[in-house]
Design a protein around this ligand. Structure first.
Ligand SMILES: *[C@@H]1O[C@H](CO)[C@@H](O)[C@H](O)[C@H]1NC(C)=O
Ligand SMILES: *[C@@H]1O[C@H](CO)[C@@H](O)[C@H](O)[C@H]1NC(C)=O
Ligand SMILES: *[C@@H]1O[C@H](CO)[C@@H](O)[C@H](O)[C@H]1NC(C)=O
Ligand SMILES: *[C@@H]1O[C@H](CO)[C@@H](O)[C@H](O)[C@H]1NC(C)=O
Ligand SMILES: *[C@@H]1O[C@H](CO)[C@@H](O)[C@H](O)[C@H]1NC(C)=O
Ligand SMILES: *[C@@H]1O[C@H](CO)[C@@H](O)[C@H](O)[C@H]1NC(C)=O
Length: 734
């Protein structure tokens, strides 16, 4: 279908991330990741252990050729070229947790921080400049104003990372470290083999998380304002793992191995697969688990595969999964017809056309007959389907959303695209484009039919206020959690739509051929953009509370999130999790739900992981899976509550423990809201704290008439100052 092909192209512009098959390598060998859990302790040589395992599996002659990578700084494993047989041999060896193919993932402001209630003058701590944000992405454009280090002191002393300095790339006191990763060494020709970003995505995400203040950041005056990250004084460590052909699992794990050992405080990863994997066969979940063990929270994009149910691919309970929502600023582009009627479409159009009006043609009326096309192709403006002589200099109407390159190649001045697709976020194109509803498109086609010389012009974009905001974007991946249905995912939502942030000057606005607009700031959308907002918020929380564990930071963000509406989000918590981030409230949440590594081990035990596997993953021979620590999913101390069943009535009991981080002496009362099909009973209903750090436990008994999709309630602990809110959902995706 012409429609879906072109949409795929466009989505690549928004930089989604998919997982593809493992790359084929010569002589039937494929690249596999051999994951061996935690880093062994003591002076034991990891590398020689990996070599001897490989020698045993592939023979001593091949072993050194087949080894591509060794992970040993933060966890244990290696990457090797193996046949199917050799893979099986390795998988059965002592110490191996999993062996899986080297899959490939692809890529998933001005107004946004203000919109979530986090103004430029928000209170700040000096400790912010000691925070190091690790960005695993496409690299960075170090010359961007967002990464200027004027006024920054030297890197914090805890930093142990390096900067891959070259003629073309140097770090500074803002970007304190940078490295590129490519296990197979085959950097595509169009890429720069250094941490320099030639895509734009990595500069955009890094500046959103931790870029400094830059006044008048805009894309040709669109979205103009002060550009800033969540923690403008924090430091950035860059791990370039994504290339024009995607992001390989072997490189993702190598970057985690380094980032953890380098001493970053938080890891941000706007990358994902396209289908769910078990926790210890998914490099992002593995990396996030070892980060968590080292006190580092990993912030992940939920994915851009929504709005279908269970489309989320980053959902490990030890990481933060971030959905993408709109702000109240929407980019619209007017189309003016010769008859003076105006139609408002959606796009980011930076072009200012000179003439008042241009000839208007319908793609279906101008097929490239000489090349064998008819109107059934040319109405969708598919490649080469348009008659150049009739299209040159006109504005062309296409019955779909496409990337604009076909009409641009055919010499069109502009393109009106129309179909029933979602209009909740705006794409950029290499020529003037407005994307209209089918209704307005049909009206324009009628105008073309009823006029001898139809004309139109596409105006430069403007912004309007979207009063329905915030709501989660159509493309944002939805829950429920595909592996553990009773852990609610995503966790939270943050702005991800039409975000203005730094860009790479090695590319253009769209990166499309024919686009000549090299810009320092660009406007793009995706959960890739929401993730670094949550990363920045988490770093902000950590700057106030440097000793907090990853689970506590995550709890703070979730329990203080601004609830979102089920009216504008029909998937409710499966779209937004606990709600929209609120960084200032998250810095002082009152109560927190902590989860230790041992708690995750008990959870994994209950999920069927045995003692052998758990010991390998944790590197701790005292870990075990016994009756005593066989925890139900409902007992993981998660800051949200979910019950699932196919149908009927179910009752689940959750045990939770909260830690007082608010006022030493305080009394919290439980408030519950729930629709009639959901009963939520809390025991006790009052928690009286006498000191900071004190922990008190309670149980929540949820009885639900399982709905067709999802029903939502909530539990709020309130001391009159703090409202510690958790969503409580019941759903039918057991
Ligand atoms: C250095 O970076 C520029 C982009 O700024 C690029 O055009 C050039 O090819 C790079 N040179 C090398 C040797 O990588
Ligand atoms: C369109 O017409 C102009 C002159 O009118 C010409 O220079 C240009 O090459 C034409 N474009 C295409 C794609 O044929
Ligand atoms: C325009 O006219 C053509 C031929 O007269 C007809 O086939 C087509 O349906 C009309 N389109 C619209 C949108 O009315
Ligand atoms: C533990 O689980 C792994 C992975 O499922 C399995 O291969 C292994 O045989 C199990 N070990 C024991 C002792 O049950
Ligand atoms: C844990 O036990 C395994 C298997 O018995 C052993 O090889 C390993 O050295 C032990 N690790 C530690 C840290 O004691
Ligand atoms: C843990 O509990 C589950 C469900 O009750 C049971 O199937 C499993 O055998 C238990 N495992 C252990 C080690 O007790």
């Amino acid at each position: 279908m012409a429609n879906s092909i072109s949409l795929t192209c466009l989505l690549l512009v928004v930089t989604l991330f998919f997982r593809c098959d493992a790359e084929a390598v010569d002589d039937n060998r494929k690249v596999y990741i051999v994951y061996m859990g935690d880093r062994p302790k003591g002076d034991f040589s990891v590398s020689s252990r990996h070599s001897s395992m490989l020698q045993e599996a592939v023979g001593s002659k091949r072993a050194s050729d087949s080894l591509l990578y060794t992970y040993k700084r933060s966890f244990n494993g290696f990457v090797a070229k193996l046949t199917e047989e050799e893979k099986e041999r390795l998988a059965s060896m002592d110490g191996v947790v999993s062996v899986f193919p080297n899959g490939k993932r692809e890529l998933h402001t001005t107004r946004s921080w203000d919109f979530v209630g986090f103004p430029q003058n928000a209170p700040r701590k000096a400790a912010e400049s000691d925070i190091i944000v690790g960005m695993l992405d496409t690299g960075v454009w170090p010359e961007s104003k967002s990464f200027d280090d004027t006024g920054f002191g030297p890197a914090p002393s805890k930093w142990k990372g390096t900067c891959e300095t070259s003629k073309n790339f140097t770090c500074n006191n803002k970007i304190i470290g940078a490295k590129h990763y490519r296990a197979d060494g085959q950097v595509p020709d169009v890429d720069i083999p250094s941490p320099r970003d030639s895509e734009g995505h990595g500069s955009h995400t890094a500046s959103t998380a931790a870029g400094r203040l830059v006044s008048k950041a805009s894309l040709f005056d669109l979205g103009s304002g002060t550009g800033r990250g969540g923690v403008p004084s924090a430091r950035i460590a860059v791990y370039k793992i994504c290339w024009s052909d995607g992001c390989y699992d072997s490189d993702i794990l190598a970057a985690f191995d380094d980032a953890i050992a380098d001493g970053v405080d938080i890891i941000s990863l706007s990358i994902g697969g396209s289908f769910p994997l078990n926790y210890f066969e998914d490099t992002i979940a593995i990396g996030a688990f070892h980060s968590m063990k080292h006190g580092i929270l990993t912030s992940n994009s939920a994915g851009n595969s929504g709005p279908g149910a269970s489309s989320i691919t980053n959902f490990s309970p030890w990481s933060l999964s971030v959905a993408g929502s709109v702000t109240d600023r929407k980019f619209v582009t007017n189309v003016l017809l010769g008859n003076k009627n105006v139609y408002q479409g959606v796009s980011v159009n930076t072009f200012q056309l000179h003439d008042e009006l241009y000839p208007l043609v319908y793609g279906a009326d101008v097929p490239n007959v000489a090349a064998g096309f008819d109107s059934s192709d040319s109405r969708y403006c598919i490649y080469n389907s348009l008659d150049v002589t009739k299209v040159n200099g006109t504005i062309v109407v296409c019955d779909n959303l496409n990337d604009g390159t076909t009409t641009l190649d055919a010499g069109a001045t502009g393109t009106i695209m129309q179909d029933g697709g979602n209009k909740d976020f705006a794409f950029s194109f290499p020529l003037p484009v407005s994307y209209l509803s089918t209704r307005d498109g049909t009206t324009i086609l009628n105008y073309i039919n009823s006029t001898s010389e139809p004309t139109a012009v596409i105006q430069k974009s403007t912004t309007i206020v979207d009063k329905a905001a915030p709501y989660v974007a159509s493309f944002s991946s939805r829950g429920p959690n595909p592996i553990t249905a009773d852990i609610l995912k995503p966790d939270i939502s943050a702005p991800g739509i039409d975000i203005v942030a730094a860009w790479s000057e090695a590319t253009t606005v769209t990166g499309d051929e024919g686009d000549t607009r090299v810009v320092p700031y660009n406007i793009i959308s995706g959960t890739s953009m929401s993730c670094p907002h949550a990363t920045g918020a988490a770093a902000y929380v950590k700057s106030f509370n440097p000793t907090w564990s990853p689970a506590v930071i995550k709890s703070a963000l979730m329990t203080t999130a601004t609830p979102m509406s089920t009216k504008t989000n029909i998937d409710a918590e499966f779209a937004y999790g606990s709600g929209q981030i609120n960084p200032i409230k998250a810095a002082a949440p009152g109560l927190v739900y902590d989860i230790t590594e041992a708690d995750f081990v008990s959870f994994l035990c209950g999920q069927g992981y045995n003692t052998t596997t758990l010991r390998r993953i944790t590197g701790d021979n005292s870990s075990s899976c016994t009756k005593a620590n066989n925890a139900t999913v409902w007992d993981l101390n998660y800051p949200s509550f979910a019950v699932s069943a196919k149908s009927g009535q179910v009752t689940r009991v959750f045990h939770r423990t909260v830690t007082n981080v608010g006022s030493p002496v305080s009394t919290y009362k439980a408030t519950v809201t729930a629709p009639p099909q959901l009963s939520i009973q809390v025991n006790p209903i009052t928690l009286s704290f006498k000191s900071l750090g004190q922990k008190l436990s309670f149980s929540v008994t949820v009885t639900a008439e399982i709905p067709q999709t999802i029903i939502s309630g909530s539990l709020v602990w309130d001391d009159g100052v703090h409202q510690v809110r958790s969503p409580v959902v019941a759903h039918s995706y057991a």
